[in-house]
Design a protein. Structure first.
Length: 197
């Protein structure tokens, strides 16, 4: 197939070609005049940032990687409670720097009920920031990890070896997956008291 050429052909931006950035959506977020809350995931962690648009380039107001939660006894996994706590921590930092409101930037991901982005946004709201978040996007039991807790309890009773294998990273740092909601509340309380510094 021949490539399009000629004076009327415009090469799209690299990030658009690679489907990394939706510029139409980004423009709408920037026009709000509010900082964007960006949540990105990798295989090992969750990164949350509050970003302000400036003509010379985006400025990061606050940033927290979920690995920082390890010092509070929370295993850094790419799951719902980790997204909530990382966002909660980052929102507290952003709040200290004068952020009061934000818009959620979910990037190229498709919005769905219980998605990590919306659970993260709820963490920021609970930290005292304001945004518009549609109803039905949050599943409360997933926020605290109750679904993980219930699965761990059943698996431990049924097959302890498999339980130890699947939850080895939790157990390695002394975190009991069958008590994850309790640990969640403890870590959240530490962050409230300044543990995010």
């Amino acid at each position: 197939m021949a490539k399009a050429t000629g004076p009327t052909y415009n090469v799209p931006f690299k990030r658009r070609r690679k489907k990394i950035t939706n510029y139409k959506k980004r423009l709408a977020l920037v026009k709000s005049g509010l900082p964007r809350m960006v949540i990105r995931t990798s295989n090992k962690a969750i990164e949350v940032q509050f970003i302000k648009y400036e003509e010379k380039g985006d400025k990061i107001i606050a940033s927290v990687n979920s690995n920082a939660l390890k010092k509070h006894g929370w295993n850094s996994k790419r799951n719902s409670p980790t997204a909530y706590l990382t966002s909660f921590s980052c929102a507290l930092k952003a709040k200290e720097k004068g952020v009061k409101e934000f818009v959620l930037d979910i990037g190229m991901t498709t919005p769905s009920k219980g998605a990590i982005s919306f659970i993260g946004a709820q963490g920021a709201i609970d930290a005292g920031l304001v945004t518009i978040l549609g109803e039905g996007k949050i599943i409360d039991e997933r926020t605290k990890g109750i679904h993980i807790e219930e699965y761990a309890k059943k698996l431990k009773e049924k097959d302890e070896n498999k339980y130890k294998q699947i939850f080895s990273s939790y157990l390695k740092i002394g975190m009991k997956p069958e008590e994850i909601s309790k640990t969640f509340e403890q870590v959240k309380e530490k962050l409230k008291k300044g543990g995010n510094e």
